[in-house]
Design a protein around this ligand. Structure first.
Ligand code: ADP
Ligand code: MG
Length: 230
């Protein structure tokens, strides 16, 4: 019997949104385990609650009931201030529309998570800036995001999402706004960074091809999670 607890445990999660006076139920009893270092793909029809689940995992939102534990931290029992601190320190996010800050340069966008965590020693900054080389943006430090192509913006967003060495990387349709070839490159980059740092990744995608590159494929539908045979 395996007594080692999973890295992430999601237990009996319940979530609804108020919609007028009709509650809209997303999950009634969602339970899931994710192992340390796993790359999990999450598929499911539009509106089924994939982003909701990522937001709950990242402590952006709270469930109505149930528990989420990441490592030894019970995210669902934290105060809002604690969740914000936990998210800044241990979670990385990548979004479909990059979410870069237009008034900051490439280097400033990259370093923001370090700054928010008070991790700005010269050595930490140097290491972070090496990440820019790693994603092919070493010569764009002083550019502003609007001067970058979509693929370059997403590469910067990916570098920014891992700059503070998060425990968990949450990617919400990271290739959804890119052409197929650029999307493939972004996926390869994510896989490479995952291999290098052994970061646990949960990636929402609509692409079965992209999902097939993950260690495990989960399908969310009608509030239930099932594992897809690969
Ligand atoms: P997915 O990412 O799978 O497309 P979401 O998690 O974004 O789905 O949303 C699930 C459902 O909950 C959708 O019907 C959406 O309209 C609704 N929803 C999401 N966020 C909110 C919110 N803040 N308030 C009300 N309804 C919401
Ligand atoms: Mg979504």
């Amino acid at each position: 019997m395996n007594l080692t607890p999973s890295f992430i445990t999601i237990r009996h999660l319940k979530k609804h949104y108020a919609e007028g006076d009709q509650p809209r139920t997303i999950f009634t009893d969602l339970t899931l385990d994710i192992q340390r270092g796993e790359f999990v793909a999450l598929l499911g029809p539009s509106g089924c609650g994939k982003s909701t689940l990522l937001n709950l995992l990242g402590g952006i939102d709270l469930p109505d009931d149930g528990q989420i534990r990441i490592a030894d931290q019970i995210v669902t029992s934290m105060s809002e201030v604690e969740r914000t601190r936990f998210r800044r320190r241990h979670i990385g996010f990548i979004f479909q529309f990059f979410n870069l800050i237009p008034t900051l340069t490439v280097a400033e966008n990259l370093l923001l998570p370090l700054e928010l965590n008070g991790l700005m020693s010269a050595e930490q900054q140097d290491q972070a800036l090496q990440l820019l080389d790693n994603v092919g943006l070493g010569d764009r430090r002083a550019s502003f995001p609007e001067r970058l192509s979509g693929g370059e913006q997403q590469r910067l967003a990916i570098a920014r999402s891992v700059v503070h060495a998060p425990w968990l990387l949450l990617a919400d349709e990271p290739t959804g706004n890119l052409d197929a070839m650029t999307g493939d490159r972004i996926l390869e980059l994510l896989l490479k960074l995952h291999r290098q740092a052994q970061t646990t990744v949960v990636m929402v995608t609509h692409s079965r091809e992209a999902a097939a590159r993950a260690d495990r494929v989960l399908v969310l539908d009608a509030g239930q999670i099932r594992e897809m045979a690969q």
